[in-house]
Ligand binder design. Structure first.
Ligand code: AHM
Ligand code: MG
Length: 334
């Protein structure tokens, strides 16, 4: 019989390795916590698979806190995560891109030690047209009370993340996570309902063949970004790059992780701070990119070094292979 490793087993094995020298055993709290995320992801996956049949396409009628139309699937995904994670004793707060305020739990800080930040269903413009969407998550450890309130704990630097990951709902459903010890990918095996290890220690190639950006915004970008894209297209980096842009960050990022290249959401005249959110999107993907040997900046500085000031804060976001990111650093922010 072929041996499989599920995501929960993998997390426990990793923790066992990390704790080996201390002679301690993992408590299982963390893998139990992440099982809340995988359960919610499986619920969302099932809903998406039957979307055309179960009347979940279309707008919900409400606007979310960013002033965007909420889709029915966004609402479902948000509720699934809130429900599956809210039951875990180790959760102190749940921070969702779809909710104005964090949901906090009055739990003993000794037990309720984790904060989960998530974008329940990213890529909402692609929901109705059967194109990939995703879920992104970031896990922080609550700071000791003497270091600040729970709300302050939510606004920790990205470099303090203890885990981050995403699920991409595509032709197959794939979960990618890091706890700071490499990046690992799992594919949902629908016959057994488990995420099974398919890519251990994923590495982003040192360079790729694609750039990924919404070029319709080019007139509104700072000139350096236009120059940079021209350089990529015209062979200035040793080859003539081609473009790929899905408009679902998770899917565009997943391709960049596997194939290399660069993804950009620069500042624009209309959105000088960019479009993507620091806590829900940039931080978790930056952590994964770095763990896979890539780089992530806001054009000028490392994403993980930005001190968050608000939970819904936006940031320009540039992520990708070392060669393309170094070339970007040469032209932007000088
Ligand atoms: P969303 O959270 O409303 O789905 O918006 C985020 C999405 C990302 O998935 C994607 O990278 C970006 O918005 C696309 O934006 P644009 O349509 O401006 O290119
Ligand atoms: Mg989103």
């Amino acid at each position: 019989m072929a041996m499989i490793t599920t995501v929960q087993q993998h997390i426990l094995q990793q923790q066992q390795e990390q704790l080996k020298s201390s002679g301690r055993e993992p408590s299982g709290t963390f893998s139990w916590l992440l099982s809340g995320i995988t359960l919610a992801a499986k619920m969302v996956e099932a809903k998406i698979r039957s979307a055309g049949l179960s009347d979940v396409y279309g707008a919900f009628g409400a606007e979310n806190v960013q002033g965007e139309q909420q889709q029915k699937l966004d609402v479902y995904a948000n509720q699934a995560l809130l429900h599956c994670l809210g039951l875990r004793d180790s959760v102190a707060a749940l921070v969702s891109e779809e909710d104005e305020e964090p949901v906090t739990f009055n739990r003993d800080p000794e037990t309720g030690k984790y904060i989960i930040i998530f974008d329940p269903l990213d890529g909402s413009s692609n929901i109705d047209v059967n194109v990939n969407v995703g879920t992104i998550f970031s896990v922080l450890r609550r700071m000791p009370l003497e270091n600040g309130t729970l709300e302050e704990s939510i606004l920790q630097h990205g470099f303090r993340q203890v885990a981050a990951g995403y699920v991409v709902y595509g032709p197959s459903t794939v979960l990618v996570y890091t706890t700071g010890n490499g990046v690992h990918g799992f594919t949902l095996d629908p016959t057994i309902g488990a995420f099974v290890l398919s890519n251990e220690r994923m590495k982003m190639p040192e360079h790729g063949s694609y750039y990924s950006v919404n070029e319709a915004n080019a007139q509104g970008w700072p000139t350096e970004y236009r120059d940079y894209i021209e350089k990529l297209k015209s062979g200035g980096l040793g080859k003539e790059y081609s473009s790929r842009y899905i408009g679902s960050l998770v899917a565009d990022f997943h391709r960049t992780l596997l194939k290399g290249g660069v993804f950009l959401y620069p500042p624009t005249l209309k959105q000088p701070k960019g479009k993507l959110r620091l806590l829900y999107e940039a931080n978790p993907l930056a952590f994964i990119a770095e763990q896979a040997g890539g780089m992530a900046t806001n054009g000028v500085s490392r994403v993980l070094d930005i001190k968050p000031e608000g939970i819904h804060q936006r940031t320009p976001f540039c992520v990708g292979s070392v060669r393309e990111m170094m070339a970007l650093a040469e032209v932007v922010g000088q």
